[in-house]
Design a protein around this ligand. Structure first.
Ligand SMILES: [Zn+2]
Length: 333
């Protein structure tokens, strides 16, 4: 292990790091850092940038009229809208843990900024000790190798669910899977095989480290998992089980166009949202509007019934930002 550095940054360190980011040319990379303490976990939400998704993927169940209203609210137009990629960097004891590693050079050019943003925080790739995949889509595991085939985080142990490994590493995927998934399967095999010698296959309820538990949340992919972190009120890192805050808080019965099994995904999403409401669990969503964090609040209608008042999202984000040491120096480019 070399150059391991704590993420317990002081506010001054954060500000100097973000000042460096602010002089980057527009579009170079997004540099947002939101830090929060949760139980034994010190979490910094680091941006991997953003990806742009078409309306039919984001809103397959919406009417044309609803799309017309919602797409601009997501910052997009009739064709597509940007969604963020929020990656938690978690310090736990001597571990520096990433949940997913982003797109790397294997998806859209507006993403793949995680390693650069970590360096802005003073964290070299060698310092990362664990990478936990929620699933093996290219915007989540695509940074496993560099463009020349080297493992980007060379000292890390890797974790993926047994079900996810089984699904994507099927050697006969071209006959077993619809053609639309073939490129995803090739990408997942590239990423998972690259770290095969340091990969642990996990089952639901298993712990990655003490207090970080694997939660079965299939449907987006067959082996998709979320991570639940123990603390004063637990925190769920949802991955893509609830892909968008604006869309799914308001329309929890809608499907997402990228789900491998949409009905199973819907059940997982309801289960997580229901738990978040009834157990007062905070959530951190990969593609949610930065900061990516949300929680039930006293003023919001409980979403156990999967209903909510307008303002839940906004209210929860204001609340969360007040809990943490938040700096947001530059607009997301
Ligand atoms: Zn995703």
């Amino acid at each position: 292990m070399s150059d391991q550095r704590t993420v317990s940054l002081t506010r001054r360190e954060l500000l100097s790091a973000t000042a460096a980011a602010a002089v980057l040319p527009p579009g170079a990379h997004a540099a947002d850092f939101h830090r929060l303490k949760h139980g034994a976990f010190d979490i910094t939400v680091v941006s991997d940038g953003f990806i742009t998704l078409p309306a039919e993927i984001l809103l397959p169940d919406a009417t044309p009229e609803e799309r017309q209203v919602i797409m601009p609210r997501l910052g997009g137009d009739a064709q597509g809208a940007p969604v963020q990629a929020n990656i938690p960097l978690i310090r736990y004891g001597d571990d520096l843990i990433l949940i997913d590693n982003g797109s790397g050079t294997n998806f859209q050019a507006s993403a793949g900024k995680l390693a650069a943003n970590l360096r802005t925080l003073g964290i070299e790739p060698e310092a990362i000790t664990k990478v936990v995949f929620t699933h093996a889509h290219p915007d989540h595991s695509g940074a496993t190798t560099t463009s020349d085939g080297k493992v980007l985080y060379p000292n890390a142990e890797y974790f993926v669910s047994e079900a996810e490994w089984s699904f994507w590493t099927d050697k006969a995927f071209e006959t077993h899977m619809p053609a639309a998934l073939h490129d995803f399967a090739r990408g997942a095999q590239r990423d998972l095989f690259a770290v095969k010698d340091r990969l642990t296959l996990v089952k639901p309820d298993q712990e990655i480290v003490r207090g970080m538990r694997v939660v079965d949340a299939p449907g987006h992919t067959p082996g998709h998992v979320s991570l639940e972190l123990a603390g004063d009120g637990n925190l769920l890192v949802t991955g893509d089980a609830c892909t968008h805050d604006v869309i799914f808080f308001e329309h929890p019965h809608w499907h997402s166009g990228f789900d491998t099994n949409p009905e199973t995904a819907l059940k997982s999403r309801k289960m997580l949202l229901d738990r978040a409401a009834s157990e007062k669990i905070k959530m951190l969503g990969y593609h949610w509007s930065y900061l990516g964090t949300g929680s039930q609040s006293a003023r919001a209608t409980p979403i156990a019934s999967l209903k909510r008042e307008a303002g839940f999202h906004h209210d929860c984000c204001v609340r969360t930002s007040a809990e943490g040491d938040r700096t947001r120096p530059v607009a997301q480019n």
